[in-house]
Ligand binder design. Sequence first.
Ligand code: PMP
Length: 442
Amino acid sequence: MSLDHPKTPNDLSAFWMPFTANRQFKQAPRMLVASQDMHYTSHDGRQILDGTAGLWCCNAGHCRPKIVEAIQKSAAELDYAPAFQMGHPMAFELASRLVDMSPEGFDHVFFTNSGSESVDTALKIALAYHRARGEGSRTRLIGREKGYHGVGFGGISVGGLVNNRRVFGTLLNGTDHLSHTYLPDQNRWAKGQPEHGETLADELERMVALHGADTIAAVIVEPVAGSAGVILPPKGYLEKLRAITKKHGILLIFDEVITGFGRLGAPFAADYFGVMPDMMTTAKGLTSGTVPMGAVFVTGAVHDTFMTGPEHMIELFHGYTYSGSPIACAAGIATQELYREEGLFQRCADIAPYWEEALHSLKGARHVIDIRNLGLIGAIELEPIAGEPTKRAFTAFLKAYEKGILIRTTGDIIAMSPPLIIEKEHIDQLIGTIKDVLDTLD
Ligand code: PMP
């Protein structure tokens, strides 16, 4: 299919698109050809309001000059330098800055290129940590139903989204999954954190009783589950998980790939909830989505235990060609400066109540059966069509795009996570357009 825009190619067949119904897409492609601040430009020349910060990542908005210039400068001055047995200043500078802005206790950062790599890295560090303490029997990794931790083998093994697992055969041995925390009967229409469900964390005690604490290395959860359609932690739930993991010497990993870098109005979800895990996995907002980069935040306690373990373990036999690559670090430094200069995390906190009210004004709109929100995250759940689940939300997505807004759907849920520079009139446009679209849906 040929598109009437000079930047778009005639042949779309070669690119096997990720997480996309390829045949369907290629019959009626939607191409983005430029971006600025809150907007994309579509191939047919329309301004599309970005309600999703790309894929939950462009927290500072698009093509911000400070980040663009930093990337350009690094590309011209130091395009690439290895981080194995060599260093370059920007990687150390970015790591220090990240440690400085992270909750007390996080002293080290391991660079990766994506959320998936951050997750697999954190799981490996957890295993190596226990071995270094002479507890090599702790190999079990516990995730959660509906959890999304990227697409590496570690991530899909602890993950709990069935479609992402089922065609890939045997995954990692020795994983288990806690229940998810979506309790529509008790928590429907809750604004922010729901009241009910804290005791779901007690399942971890039961798993400990079943498997034995000496077999369990780590528990990994998204503080706010994004990809499953925005599932929030009930009040007290994360605190309880922390208490139980601590009691049994199990590491707690927060997957902050979505929640990190301001999405909840604080640097990390750990700050927002006041619950301190042992590791945090991040990516996305680290560079505001501009250059692929991830980072695992590790506490001094975990790092130092590993480093003072047996001699053969003091080097972590793990890393990526592009771990802490210069252009990514330049983007990361500029992004963090921009967040700070513009106070974007606070801005998110300030506008979150308006976002919440606007979202919940859709209560009573056609087809809407639940609304969930926290920080600048929102979900609108639609009643599924019998026999055709997901159809209604996907049709809403297509119609919304025609009307000039970008939203995401997962199952029957519309999910949104706009850039943190969003203004009230953008929120009005997003919600107003969704309302119009829902009115026209069968
Ligand atoms: N963890 C979480 C919580 C995520 O939301 C995502 C991506 N949406 C990932 C991991 C994977 O990140 P990536 O796509 O960069 O590998």
